[in-house]
Design a protein around this ligand. Structure first.
Ligand SMILES: Cc1cc2nc3c(=O)[nH]c(=O)nc-3n(C[C@H](O)[C@H](O)[C@H](O)COP(=O)(O)OP(=O)(O)OC[C@H]3O[C@@H](n4cnc5c(N)ncnc54)[C@H](O)[C@@H]3O)c2cc1C
Length: 395
């Protein structure tokens, strides 16, 4: 059996960051990765260009049952710290919008950065090593992998989330948490499209492919961003972010024309009615949202009778359909389509300074396996870097 100071389970974003930091402090580090190549999720991220951080990433951009948890790690390793690593390697990158940084060429540049930095510091990495079992005895953890058994007094669980099972996501992190008596906040798919219930599906599905900028609210949360209608439901950045806050049974509200309100449109509709025609409304509405969608929404209300005969109640219903269209999603599009997992190892079990489990000295959790989920736009990688850095300084 080979012995190390630190064994890290998972050679993804957080695991590789942690490995470099620990090795930089003189630790003998082994990374065990189940895939044939390191960091498969980085490779597919950001459409192949890896949105590797967000300059505005702050605690408010994260969803967790324990909101104050993320602050310490995020402040000790900031987006600028990661950008410094990217610049030191002369990796070309650009800001797409709102602080979102992407590689100009390929996500492979980020993998190369992480792997060469780790190897340069003496990290040993073994690929195609799907870890099944972990045991603890005599002050050290023993890890069973296809290539053999490995032992270390410090074990870092960096096995990621359950999204994209097609890349080999595993629940090993939850099994280890359970084995050592740590709570897990129930996981579910997040940063994912939300499925229409049957009635809405019938109304919208032939409009699949239409995209536009809308306002979306889910409970107290709201955002104006791009939305896409798909044949299953609603997707696009605004819906992916909404999914972070959505729970089964909860309503989603859409404002198709977010620069206007129910009241302003209601008043305009009344003026049109008094003028005896729908012309102004039609022009106004179809200039603001794609014509097929505008017709679908307006027709729904107008079909009930001639324009001049529409009651205030019907006009208000139309104004609501435009600015406060509500539906209860039937579910999400599932883990296969989700960028991340919400939920995970309960952060109340973990030290916010070191990422070590409070009741199990030597056992660390970092990255997406923890109950910390970032909004779209580079926040999830920033959490992987920051939590990996925190553990790397303390293993
Ligand atoms: C399609 C897609 C696009 C994304 N784009 C972005 C983006 O642009 N920006 C952003 O911030 N976030 C993005 N994300 C999210 C981001 O990839 C993750 O949040 C991030 O990779 C989490 O880092 P991690 O190290 O915790 O997990 P991962 O990077 O997933 O690493 C975990 C590693 O553990 C390995 N592993 C799991 N189980 C075992 C086991 N039993 N034995 C051995 N190894 C194991 C896995 O193979 C994996 O390599 C995207 C996700 C997806 C799916």
């Amino acid at each position: 059996m080979k012995s190390y100071d630190v064994v890290i389970l998972g050679g993804g974003a957080a695991g590789l960051m942690c490995a470099s930091e620990a090795a930089g402090r003189g630790r003998k580090v082994l990374v065990l990765e189940q895939s044939p190549k390191p960091a498969p999720k980085i490779l597919v991220s950001g459409g192949g260009r890896c949105n590797f951080t967000n300059l505005q990433a702050a605690p408010a951009n994260y969803v967790t049952a324990n909101p104050s948890f993320v602050q310490t790690a995020l402040s000790r390793f900031t987006p600028k710290d990661f950008v410094a690593l990217v610049q030191a390697r002369s990796i070309p990158y650009h800001e797409k919008k709102d602080g979102q940084l992407f590689c100009d060429k390929s996500a492979k540049d980020i993998i190369e950065l992480l792997v060469s930095r780790a190897k340069g510091r003496g990290v040993e990495m073994l690929l195609e090593q799907k870890v099944g079992d972990v045991a603890f005895s005599d002050g050290a953890f023993t890890v069973q992998a296809p290539g053999g058994a490995y032992r270390a007094p410090r074990l870092v669980v960096a096995t990621g989330g359950l999204s994209w099972p097609q890349l080999g996501a595993s629940d090993l992190g939850f099994k280890i948490a359970g084995q050592f008596g740590l709570e897990v906040v129930e996981p579910s798919p997040a940063l994912v499209g939300l499925a229409f219930p049957e009635r809405e599906m019938a109304r919208f599905k032939d409009l699949a492919g239409i995209h536009l900028r809308v306002g979306v609210a889910c409970g107290e949360w709201r955002l104006v961003e791009d939305l896409m209608i798909t044949h299953k439901g609603l997707s696009g950045p605004v819906m992916l972010n909404a999914s972070l806050y959505w729970k089964p049974g909860r309503e989603i509200a859409v404002n198709w024309v977010p620069e206007f309100t129910v009241e302003s449109t209601f008043n305009q509709l009344k003026e049109d009615r008094a003028a005896g025609g729908r012309g102004k409304f039609r022009v106004w509405f179809s200039q603001r949202i794609p014509r097929r969608l505008a017709e679908r929404i307006a027709w729904n209300a107008e079909a009930r009778g001639p324009w001049a005969a529409l009651s205030d109640e019907r006009l208000m219903a139309l104004a609501r359909d435009i600015h406060d269209y509500r539906f209860v999603p039937a579910g999400t599009f599932g883990y296969r389509m989700a960028e991340v997992m919400r939920g995970g190892v309960d952060t109340r079990e973990i030290s916010r300074e070191t990422m070590e489990a409070k009741k199990v000295p030597g056992l660390f959790f970092i990255g997406e396996v923890l109950d910390v989920t970032g909004q779209l736009g580079g926040c999830n990688f920033q959490w992987a870097w920051a939590s990996g850095y925190a553990a790397g300084q303390n293993v």
